[in-house]
Design a protein around this ligand. Structure first.
Ligand code: FES
Length: 154
């Protein structure tokens, strides 16, 4: 790709993301939620994850969470989301709420905590928050069960 083509592509991408921002803002997403969706800061699969869980919502959207845990603390978290902007924004907000904190705290995160972190979301998108929290809780429960099995065996 030539330098001119690269510059044109950049302008095109910028216009696209500006249009997307405006559309989401008109729908009722806060600027913070839009930033999470556009930047997707934690959209990744951790290669050295200690645990991975997946969940599909009734809408068909799917999330996968990977956790890196050391001595009960969450060192790193990544989400992979196949779904709507609300699902992506919610998952990213969950990471900011739990990364660096205890597994115990992660198990207590609720829909309201995520809603507050996002500042605002369209009412019909609240189930996206629920999906991100359910995926997290599933991962925490499964990891705890796995750990207690290992302790019982040893
Ligand atoms: Fe399914 Fe958003 S529409 S999680």
């Amino acid at each position: 790709m030539s330098e001119i083509e690269k510059t044109e592509q950049l302008h095109h991408d910028w216009r696209e993301s500006e249009n997307e921002r405006k559309m989401l803002s008109d729908m009722g997403y806060s600027q913070k939620a839009i930033e999470y969706y556009i930047r997707k800061p934690y959209m990744t699969a951790l290669v050295d994850a200690d645990h991975v869980s997946e969940m599909t919502g009734t809408c068909g959207d799917t999330m996968k969470i990977s956790l890196k845990i050391r001595r009960g603390m969450i060192e790193d978290v990544g989400y992979q989301v196949l779904g709507c902007p609300g699902a992506v924004a919610s998952a990213m907000a969950v990471v900011d709420l739990i990364k660096g904190g205890s597994l115990e705290n992660a198990g207590k995160i609720n829909d309201n905590d995520v809603f507050k972190a996002l500042e605002d979301m369209p009412a019909k998108k609240h189930h996206c928050i629920q999906l991100s929290v359910k995926t997290l809780h599933k991962a925490v429960d499964e990891y705890r069960r796995k750990e207690s099995k290992i302790k019982t065996i040893n």
